[in-house]
Write a protein that binds this ligand. Structure first.
Ligand code: SF4
Length: 502
């Protein structure tokens, strides 16, 4: 009973990913806090518990529910049984079909905790969503009652720091040491992961978009300094990490108020400290900060200093002017098209791995205020304009508007679900698939693809990267976590390439 246990049940927030192959800041910072207090701990994933519960792989498929085990997988029962505190980390905003992981539902967590936990352990749930009192109340009512001794929202480290005020508020001075110590999590990991790195919190628009969770958290714009970010990456790098995404912020271009020099120095410091990084990517960019003089310079810097295959995901959400006005979305439609052009100007060239250096991504939301029968045609008209401009887009993500509690709390009518499905299909057929074929033409050679999943007799490979394209190798079982070079020989659906190993 002289140690604690972290059970990672994965997180997926609008700004910050913690579903394998990504590792969230939330679990990692608990490790940092426990290290700082000299408390012994074990890091487990929900996959470890499922594995201990007897789940296994299948003849023609890996079981993605047990693929992300840690070095502790064979001792789950004794580890959990004797723990003093058990910290469960979860909070997925969308119900997404992940390639090689499956976040659990509350009822699965309840069943597995009941099976393995001793009643003497204190059980705490860290729920990464829940930015307002209303959402917190709703989450508390939905979590199985009496399962947890405490439910904690906000930054996990604030709990260990004894923060009594706003739990989502960053405490970057105190995070400095915790972030560095958190690298010791690598001692317990079995498989390679992409490490999500926080650079800022808060939005640089006020008022922001009406539906946004970041706005709901009510946080002022705050940046971590470049020395702290670099030290954190260096400590992970020294422990063997090679894949990073500067992903935990709502808008990377806003870093230090769109300060071009600060952004360039940040990248220079990271590369000076960690010259053999294999992936350095970013996440989340607002188009209103791209179509500016600074924005163009930042784009040049991001294309120069990050590794190929990087994306600037634009929260465009809708091309319908009525929706844009009602929801106070960021930038004009003109800004969006110009931003796509700017990113292409600096990022369209292919890198050594065969993928364009830096391309825009587009997020579209169904169900926003002001949506009408016209909205889809506004979207399609603008997608057509992008397609005929000769510019490229790497990824389109169309999703339903999600309540701030997370999608598992949402209820849609069957008509709405059908309409959303029609939306998605039209966007896929008219834009996503033709664009996929432009960015990844037949015969293109792509390297650094990791064997990630075996499904129905086929191997699925992706890069250790932000929003990586999927490559399926038919009728072959490649070696898990090995890297391959392939040639594109076809397409499957809207986001998968068919390849052959060369
Ligand atoms: S620009 Fe809009 S979506 Fe992005 S963080 Fe700000 S309020 Fe949220």
């Amino acid at each position: 009973m002289d140690y604690d246990v972290i059970i990672d049940c994965y997180t997926d927030e609008p700004s910050g990913l913690g579903v394998p192959p990504f590792l969230s800041v939330h679990s990692r910072y608990i490790v940092g806090c426990l290290e700082k207090q000299n408390i012994k701990y074990y890091y487990l994933t929900i996959d470890d518990l499922r594995y201990a519960n007897g789940e296994h792989h299948f003849a023609q498929s890996f079981n993605k529910r047990i693929l992300n085990v840690t070095k502790n997988k064979d001792n789950v029962e004794s580890i959990i049984k004797n723990a003093k505190n058990i910290y469960v980390v979860m909070g997925c905003f969308v119900k997404y079909e992940y390639v090689s992981a499956e976040p659990p539902t509350f009822s699965e967590v309840e069943q597995l905790l009941h099976k393995y936990c001793d009643n003497n352990s204190k059980k705490l749930l860290f729920y990464s969503l829940g930015g307002s009192e209303l959402t917190r109340k709703s989450i508390k009512e939905t979590v199985p009652q009496n399962l947890f001794d405490e439910i904690i929202f906000g930054n996990t480290y604030n709990y260990f720091l004894g923060e009594t005020g706003h739990k989502f508020k960053p405490n970057y001075d105190k995070l400095r040491e915790i972030a560095v110590l958190s690298a010791r999590i690598l001692n317990q990991l079995e498989r390679p992961l992409v490490f999500e790195i926080e650079t800022a919190t808060g939005c640089n628009r006020n008022p922001g978009c009406t539906f946004c969770i970041e706005g709901m958290r009510g946080l002022p714009l705050q940046f971590r300094n470049k020395e702290d970010i670099t030290q954190e990456i260096k400590s992970l790098y020294d422990m063997g990490a090679r894949y990073f995404r500067l992903g935990r912020q709502p808008n990377f271009y806003a870093y230090q108020n769109c300060n071009v020099n600060e952004i360039e120095q940040l990248f220079q410091m990271i590369w000076d400290a960690c010259p053999n990084i294999k992936t350095l990517h970013i996440d989340n960019v607002s188009p209103h900060n791209v179509n500016t003089i600074e924005g163009e310079k930042i784009t040049e810097i991001v294309a120069k200093y990050t590794t190929a295959g990087n994306i600037t995901p634009f929260g465009i959400e809708s091309f319908d002017p009525v929706v844009r006005e009602k929801c106070n979305l960021n930038g004009t439609i003109e800004d969006i098209h110009k931003s796509i052009e700017i990113i292409n100007k600096y990022g369209k060239k292919r890198g050594d791995n065969g993928i364009p250096k830096l391309l825009p991504g587009i997020n579209i939301i169904y169900g926003l205020d002001g949506q009408s029968n016209e909205t889809l045609s506004h979207n399609l008209k603008n997608f057509e304009k992008i397609l005929s401009s000769g510019n490229w887009v790497r990824r389109v993500f169309a999703r339903k508007l999600t309540s701030p509690y997370g999608e598992q709390f949402d209820r849609y009518t069957s008509e709405e679900l059908e309409e959303f499905s029609n939306w998605s299909n039209e966007i896929e057929e008219k834009f996503t698939i033709p664009m996929l074929k432009k960015v990844f033409p037949i015969d293109l050679v792509i390297t650094e693809l990791r064997m990630e999943m075996y499904k129905d007799g086929n191997s699925i490979l992706r890069q250790m990267a932000t929003c990586p394209v999927r490559v399926v190798i038919k009728n072959k079982k490649l070696k898990l976590d090995e890297f391959y070079k392939i040639r594109v020989i076809g397409y499957e659906g809207n986001r998968t390439l068919i390849g052959e190993v060369i």
